[in-house]
Design a protein around this ligand. Sequence first.
Ligand SMILES: Cc1cc2nc3c(=O)[nH]c(=O)nc-3n(C[C@H](O)[C@H](O)[C@H](O)COP(=O)(O)O)c2cc1C
Length: 397
Amino acid sequence: MKVRRCSILHLEPREQVEFDLAALLSGGDGLARGCRWVALAAHLGEEVAVDEAECLLLGRISPESWTDAAAFGGDAARPLRSLLRKGLVIGRHPRHSAHRARDEAMRQGHWHPLAATFHAFTRWVDADAVRAMQETGTSTAAELRQQLGSPPPEVISRAGEGDRLHLAREAGNEFDQLLERRVTCRNFDTRRPLPAAMVARLLGRVFSAQSAVRVTDDTVFLKKTSPSGGGLHPIEAYLLVRNVEGVADGLYHYHPLAHALEPLPAPAIPVEQLMLDALAQQHWFADAHVLVALSPRYARNFWKYRFHAKAYRAIVLEAGHLSQTLYLAATELGLGAYVTCAINEALLEQAFGLDPVAEGVLAVCGFGWRAAEMETMELDPAERIWKAPTAGDPPAV
Ligand SMILES: Cc1cc2nc3c(=O)[nH]c(=O)nc-3n(C[C@H](O)[C@H](O)[C@H](O)COP(=O)(O)O)c2cc1C
């Protein structure tokens, strides 16, 4: 039987701490500590415990060339069987086909190994960010201070007052006012439908292609309002829509050249529930009229930046650019907007039919009509949006 190691694998020596009554009764701290090995294989996306014999064997098996299993000797038989079962070693037999297909997708993706591992193991499935803050007593800024002590200072100084080169402060124009009105919205008006024209305007400004450069028929670069590494614009906009006039509630993909919404199959659960679950129960965001899942097509960027140490970083930065453009476009239209990466991306990927090895959800933006009352606190100390804040402490989010 021919085998090879999976393509991207990191082994972590991890300490496990467990309550131990015997240790407590004998005068100790009541904790038993033990070390174990954990395999982080990007194509599996789940941690796998391995023993020392398996660790050593993994170091002997080529990830590239198929090797006859007999070459590893009789002692390797037990750990090899286990590694094949766990999907860390890939076999050619049909019973290994599921793991082989996942590993093959990983190989074809041109991922930098560390980026692939980071991407695979920082995903959430059913996190509840609200409960986590409540349980740790970190829901408000005051609670954060109480639990964590003081943060590093809000500014640093690298020169004395006399050595500073003071810069002119110009009187603000409309652009400055727009920037000042950009406040992360946590209060949406669920009763007021959003006109389709506003959605079209916003999506056009943020996600549409203004023009294109056609190098050859199969090599086209788009020009958009936000910058993109290599001009590749890998980030797709997938939408959850509810309460938009003339647009049925549901899931859509935005086409940046056609400037059109492409309807997708309905999700297995109601859109409202999907929004709340995808946003890790952040109900203040789930009320938005439109959620935009920023979903990179990694292959588009990795086509140029193959196995590149900076490629994933560039894509994350691009999501930030898009979100700021979306914030400003929404603010200009008189709408509220937000961005969050505290998301259960696995739910969204399932709903939109995306394979995270090829195109996972990186962040979620939302926009819609602001509510008349502030129930969840927003950061607006200059009172650009809320003239008389009604809620309590600033939130910690
Ligand atoms: C990358 C990123 C992630 C964020 N995630 C959350 C979040 O999960 N929940 C939330 O309520 N706000 C989130 N925010 C909004 C910030 O809390 C907000 O930007 C900050 O409090 C400053 O307020 P402002 O945007 O109104 O200036 C996020 C902002 C950024 C840039």
